[in-house]
Design a protein around this ligand. Structure first.
Ligand SMILES: Cc1cc2nc3c(=O)[nH]c(=O)nc-3n(C[C@H](O)[C@H](O)[C@H](O)COP(=O)(O)OP(=O)(O)OC[C@H]3O[C@@H](n4cnc5c(N)ncnc54)[C@H](O)[C@@H]3O)c2cc1C
Length: 483
């Protein structure tokens, strides 16, 4: 066979292989239903919105954002209290003045001020019975001392985990403290008094805080957030947290597909093809992009239509799901200016580390405006929970307070859930064995694999400021791969 014949055969074989694999048939789409872009961005939350603005506006890169909800903003949830001019934030609360955060707000002329949380009288109750617990929380001084010790620790290793885990050491060089179960670490380093504050802000460790690897607590509560708490430097937009995303949407509108879900995908080193479907008219659109940037949590459910290969499956399959709901409820029987914290009895008399030794936690805290008995609901569980089941836990937990005589109230208490939003996710494999087997390296080796880049809270520390800072490091690499 001549060299020419061989190369023709080679090319034919390649074309056939591609044809055999290709399942998305382009001829099914009218020209108007085919979108070509440099980068397809999956998810329009904190990471996706930020990446879209940066890529299109600052790096002259064409984009399309695919978002299943009918708004941008992800974990931001703003409730407009009817017949008042008040809005309540029941998802994301506040931001750290860290990384590109302030610039990002200023870019959209979003005014912000210092974040102050309401001072509430706390009632700690037994999650099982609703009875008041004989639990003494750490004093403010003790909490601060604990946080200062935690700060020293996270400061020492910050360059390994922030921004992102690009420089995370190979398994044999991982700092021993990262691999310790957090309970053991906290006792040894005397940070127990900081634990209630750490878990209240981050929500980390539902059901397994004490056995969780310390690295995962660092991921949930790293240097920037620890400093923010100690220095009191959190900020909050003056109008609402949603304003940033409303303005970003106005800017990006033509390049955003809201109410759209991925149906199927083909990815390889030459590019990606994604079929999306609009919830509104069920119409399908084909997106052809050089690269794709994935930002939502990488659960198996979410990734189902994303054409995972064996390498990706091996990394993403063992993650642990978590169920999180936040909402606003009117609860007339709980006095205003109160925070009710449901905890396991094991915290008595002052075992702070046991605070998450239960399969779920619930907190109800007054939001104002006064006279309306509105409470912010936070419910986190390590078992699967539907919206209806979440509502049942909230209402029955309030009834427990009444039945246990914890409140000065008799008869039923009519709980009216005004808003409830799911913030479920998946977390890295829980125990340290995965880290010792090179989990972080395997995860990060997916960056750029099959024209796919990854960002969002699953890849870095989880606050918006960390996510934005990390996203910049991904974009830098993604742009190089486009060049
Ligand atoms: C209840 C709660 C409160 C928080 N409070 C704060 C806070 O006060 N301050 C702070 O800095 N951080 C807070 N966080 C952390 C928060 O995770 C980050 O601030 C930030 O929202 C993470 O951005 P992200 O883009 O990774 O995820 P998200 O903001 O959740 O964005 C992901 C987006 O992807 C979309 N999506 C999901 N599945 C798919 C799919 N299959 N296809 C396409 N799109 C999909 C989602 O609808 C969403 O819009 C909070 C988190 C929670 C859960």
């Amino acid at each position: 066979m001549s060299r020419m014949q061989a190369s023709v055969l080679g090319l034919l074989a390649l074309a056939c292989a591609k044809f055999a694999r290709a399942k998305i048939d382009e001829s099914n789409f009218d020209a108007a239903r085919i979108i070509e872009r440099d980068v397809a961005i999956i998810g329009g939350g904190a990471a996706g919105t930020y990446a879209a603005v940066r890529l299109r506006e600052d790096f002259n890169t064409s984009i399309i954002v695919i978002e299943p909800k009918n708004r941008l903003g992800g974990h931001v949830d703003t409730y407009e209290v009817p017949e008042t001019n008040t809005t309540l934030e029941y998802g994301v609360q506040s931001y750290m003045q860290y990384g590109p955060t302030v610039d990002f707000f200023e870019r959209f002329s979003v005014e912000f001020g210092s974040f102050t949380s309401r001072r509430l009288a706390t009632i700690n109750v037994d999650v099982g019975t609703g009875k008041t617990l004989d639990y003494t929380s750490p004093t403010l001084n003790d909490t601060t001392e604990g946080l200062k010790k935690w700060l020293q620790f996270v400061e020492k290793y910050d360059s390994l985990v922030e921004p992102g885990f690009w420089n995370f050491p190979s398994p044999d060089k991982i700092p021993a403290e990262f691999l310790m179960p957090f309970g053991e670490f906290a006792r040894e380093h005397k940070v127990e008094a900081a634990v209630p504050r750490i878990v209240t802000i981050s929500g980390v460790g539902v059901g397994d805080l004490q056995i969780l690897s310390t690295l995962q607590v660092v991921q949930a509560f790293g240097l920037a957030v620890t400093k923010g708490v100690l220095e009191g430097t959190f900020i909050q937009p003056k109008v609402s947290n949603s304003l940033l995303y409303q303005r970003a949407y106005k800017l990006l509108k033509d390049d955003v597909r809201l109410g759209s879900t991925i149906q199927e995908t083909e990815r390889d080193s030459t590019g990606v093809r994604i079929v999306i479907q609009s919830e509104k008219d069920q119409a399908k659109t084909l997106i052809k992009a050089k690269k794709v940037l994935w930002t939502p949590y990488p659960s198996q459910d979410n990734l189902k239509p994303f054409d995972q290969d064996a390498k990706e499956l091996q990394v993403f399959k063992p993650w642990t799901p978590e169920w999180d709901y936040v909402g606003v409820a009117s609860i007339p029987c709980i006095p205003e200016n109160t925070s009710v914290q449901y905890m396991p009895r094991a915290v008595e008399p002052s075992n702070h580390l046991a605070i998450r030794d239960y399969a779920y936690f619930l907190s109800l805290g007054t939001t104002g405006p006064s006279g309306l008995n509105l409470f912010r609901v936070m419910l986190g569980a390590n078992f699967s929970l539907t919206y209806e089941e979440a509502k049942v836990i909230v209402t029955s937990s309030v009834q427990k307070l009444v039945q246990a005589g914890t409140l000065n109230h008799t008869g039923d208490c009519e709980v009216d859930i005004k808003a409830l939003s799911a913030h479920n996710g998946v977390l890295w494999p829980r125990e340290s064995e995965a880290l010792e087997q090179g989990f972080v390296q395997k995860l990060y080796s997916l960056q750029g694999h099959r024209s796919t880049w990854w960002t969002g809270r699953s890849w870095c520390e989880e606050y918006s400021s960390n996510v934005w800072t990390f996203t910049d490091t991904v974009l830098e690499r993604l742009l190089k791969s486009l060049a």
